[in-house]
Design a protein around this ligand. Sequence first.
Ligand code: HEC
Ligand code: HEC
Length: 155
Amino acid sequence: MKNFSGTKLIAALFSATVAALLVASCASTPVEKPHALRTNQLLDDDVVPVELSYLGKTPGEQEKIVRTFEQQPPLIPHKVEGMRIDFKLNKCLGCHDRPNYQKEEAPKIGDSHYKDRDGKELNHISMGRYNCNQCHVPQVDAPPLVANTFTSAKQ
Ligand code: HEC
Ligand code: HEC
């Protein structure tokens, strides 16, 4: 019985302290507004984002983009408009696949793309890599949405 009321007392003291701390912190620190990427208010009409044009010209005319971290899927330096990827056709393979890259003078697809998920060698590209744009993306010249201090590991 004695023990029980002791626990209760401690609990009461604890919640009183927490409450006091909460009141104190509310009073001293100004409440910071949440910083969202959208610039307009939630209930306003949506603003159409500025359309940015993609960098790069016909493949074969530009430098590769320097990679900034290990295992980074390289960024696509050329334009990709009209390059279809669907069930029947994959335009990217037409230049980058093993049988074609030399003739097209395109960088060869990495060997990792010709293995299944158990690491077994395949004589064709793994279907897990078929949808190139899932990992490789073209570039626009846009300012970062949020300022950051990222530098690549090698620097
Ligand atoms: C007409 C041939 C051609 C087609 C089609 C093509 N590419 Fe390329 N790609 C190139 C060439 C050539 C380069 C080398 C850079 C340059 O000169 O544009 C390149 C560079 C790249 C790179 C950079 C590789 C590195 O190591 O930095 C990636 C990634 C890439 N392409 C992905 C794609 C994807 C994804 C598609 C389909 C949406 C595609 N390419 C379609 C020819 C092609
Ligand atoms: C699941 C993500 C993923 C998909 C899908 C994918 N790639 Fe990659 N790719 C990577 C990564 C990661 C690298 C860099 C490491 C490596 O080579 O495995 C890479 C490397 C490359 C390279 C450079 C190879 C080298 O030796 O420097 C080319 C070219 C490339 N990919 C083209 C393609 C094309 C074309 C497709 C579609 C047919 C494709 N990739 C699909 C992730 C992917």
